[in-house]
Ligand binder design. Structure first.
Ligand code: MN
Length: 354
């Protein structure tokens, strides 16, 4: 059965299937539940974690709810992708409703045209690895989202540990780890100040990174900078691991320290990220990213300024990223600021190629 025409599928129609694809007509709350279940069941055959299955199901509910709310009817298409280097799920939400006038505005956090308590499109974008939208007023909307299984694509193992400033309920430090088909993005953000204001700017910045599809750190930082305009701002360090050429690109504005531990001939060497003074959200300094070669086993550490310098000295590079993160928090937290440590180890499997 063709998947092309949403209008040919009435609300009472059965989902149509072929081997890798299911099309679910959407016109009622019941259809939302059905789409959610079908998507979750399909995704479970690919080896997603339980957490990822929940994220996928939530994204499908949101997309189907949007159809019912704004277009009255449409369809959700669930497609599985299985090839030699990656497995994942593609979800397409299609309707012929009123369409969206300002797509960019709709994708901003906190923007909602309805009374719904749902996540909205920015939320869906955060839950999934890839997100695309096409919409014209009067011509309907097509949203395509994808999620890839971690085992098939992740080139890093990672762990994180954090502490909140005593007396504050919320940390102003945030991290994002985002696995995309071409590599992995890591970012650590420290909102200026502490408490609620700091948490607010950090949250906005983290939203930019977790919703991104861009692979350029500088363009991501610029976007983050625009997003933080009018807030107290944040300091940010970020890294992009690229398995295609075994490199890591890193960049930092402010004082989130970055250290790369390399093991060679039984000796661990440290390389430090060159930080540009400044604040993201305030006038940006000249930024530049540097690219370094990495090999399997190299370990990146990001630590906010609640951690004393020298935190990477004497670390056991054989420990897991999570053990290293917890060790640093335990031994180097200043206790007068929020603290966050993110540790990522490059684990690209094709090291025999060289
Ligand atoms: Mn801090």
């Amino acid at each position: 059965m063709s998947i092309a025409a949403g209008s040919s599928l009435g609300p009472g129609d059965k989902p149509s299937r072929n081997r890798t694809q299911t099309c679910i007509p959407i016109a009622s709350d019941l259809d939302i539940v059905r789409a959610r279940q079908i998507g979750r069941t399909a995704a479970s055959t690919l080896g997603f974690s339980l957490t990822d299955l929940t994220l996928i199901a939530t994204a499908i509910s949101e997309l189907a709810r949007n159809i019912v709310m704004y277009a009255k009817e449409g369809e959700i298409i669930v497609r599985l992708v299985k090839n030699s280097d990656k497995h994942g799920i593609v979800v397409i939400a299609r309707d012929q409703g009123p369409g969206i006038g300002d797509v960019r505005q709709t994708l901003q956090d906190g923007y909602s045209t309805s009374r719904s308590l749902g996540l909205g499109l920015p939320g869906v974008r955060r839950l999934m690895d890839e997100f695309e939208i096409e919409s014209q007023p009067g011509q309907g909307t097509v949203v395509t989202v994808k999620k890839w299984t971690a085992s098939a694509m992740s080139v890093i193992e990672w762990g994180a540990a954090e502490e909140v400033l005593p007396g504050e309920s919320e940390s102003g430090d945030r991290y994002v780890v985002k696995n995309l088909p071409e590599g992995s993005l890591l970012a650590v953000v420290d909102g200026i100040g502490h408490g609620k204001d700091a948490a607010h700017s950090a949250e906005l910045a983290a939203g930019v990174f977790s919703g991104c599809e861009a692979r350029s750190l500088i363009s991501l930082l610029r976007r983050c900078h625009e997003r933080l305009h009018g807030t107290r701002g944040a300091v940010v360090s970020m890294a992009w691991f690229s398995p295609a050429d075994d490199t890591m690109t890193w960049l930092g504005v402010g004082n989130v320290a970055g250290v790369l531990l390399r093991r060679a001939y039984g000796v661990t060497r440290q390389e430090s990220l060159l930080l540009r003074a400044g604040t993201v959200g305030a006038p940006l300094p000249h930024i530049s990213a540097s690219v370094v070669p990495v090999s399997s086993g190299d370990t990146l550490i990001f630590a906010t300024d609640g951690i004393r310098s020298g935190f990477a000295d004497g670390l056991n590079a054989n420990n897991s990223p999570q053990e290293i993160a917890e060790h640093i928090i335990r031994n180097h937290w200043r206790r007068n600021d929020d603290a966050l440590v993110l540790v990522a180890r490059y684990v690209h499997k094709s090291e025999s190629a060289s």
